[in-house]
Design a binder for this molecule. Structure first.
Ligand code: DCP
Length: 230
């Protein structure tokens, strides 16, 4: 299996076969993924890749994230095409430590965000079809190494409060209902396991608590997370 990964993963995405372990941190918008990644970045022998959200806000001077929130019908495909590319790049980038942890994945980009745009009638069927063709091609032809999904499970209300507090310009238009839809899709995928295929086992961490409690939980789950192997 490792050999197949290496053969399929051509340079410059060289991987070190003896040390491969990929962990994806998943959860609703503002569920605290960044805090989780920061905690683990202080651990030795782990490479932490944060979500390339800064890239989504500035692609050669354009802001596809902001455009998508302003007019999802027009710009949803644009943002999600770029998200899919940046996620693929992250998954396949050279691993510099025995364990690699990243924020979200190419899977949640498709199963949660693209799906949500489509189901809510904000993405035309043809855009959904084109993105799906790309996603299916990628996941059929390229091995994406994921060994564990850590799901930060929150209530949409908590995320809404945190979202308002951090006040990211593009997200000012995000209503509670949007977070409720994303939450439902995550629950169907990772808890009920009833919607899309799971690329790896899931570890659920309740994430409604305050920062101190969350740091405590990460400490408690640390070994379980870091010893994950497929
Ligand atoms: N986003 C999107 N489509 C995706 C992935 C993300 O539209 N496929 C949007 C949702 C957010 C922004 O990008 O508005 C950043 O998303 P995250 O929730 O992943 O990042 P946060 O910084 O909000 O994470 P957290 O607060 O949990 O650390």
């Amino acid at each position: 299996k490792l050999l197949v990964r290496c053969v399929r993963t051509l340079p410059p995405y060289a991987v070190s076969p003896s040390s491969l372990c990929g962990i994806c941190i998943e959860g609703n918008i503002a569920s605290g993924k960044t805090t989780c990644l920061e905690y683990f970045s202080k651990t030795s022998n782990i490479e932490v890749l944060t979500e390339p959200v800064s890239k989504w806000r500035n692609v050669r001077g354009h802001n596809p994230l902001g455009l998508m929130y302003q007019d999802p019908e027009r710009w949803g495909l644009t943002l999600q095409t770029y998200v899919q590319l940046s996620m693929l790049d992250r998954h396949l980038s050279t691993i510099s430590a025995p364990v690699r942890m990243m924020e979200r994945s190419i899977f949640s980009a498709k199963y949660i965000f693209v799906e949500n745009l489509y189901r809510s009638g904000k993405m035309p069927e043809v855009d959904f079809a084109v993105l799906s063709e790309w996603f299916d091609w990628i996941t059929t032809n390229i091995s994406i190494p994921v060994d564990l999904i850590v799901y930060l499970q929150t209530s949409p209300q908590t995320c809404h409060e945190r979202l308002k507090q951090r006040s990211r310009e593009e997200e000012k238009v995000v209503p509670l209902e949007y977070l409720e839809s994303i939450h439902q899709l995550y629950e169907d995928w990772l808890i009920k396991k009833s919607s899309s295929p799971l690329p790896a086992p899931v570890l659920v961490i309740p994430a409604d608590q305050d920062l101190q409690e969350m740091l405590h939980q990460y400490k408690e789950n640390r070994d379980k997370i870091l010893t994950a192997r497929s």
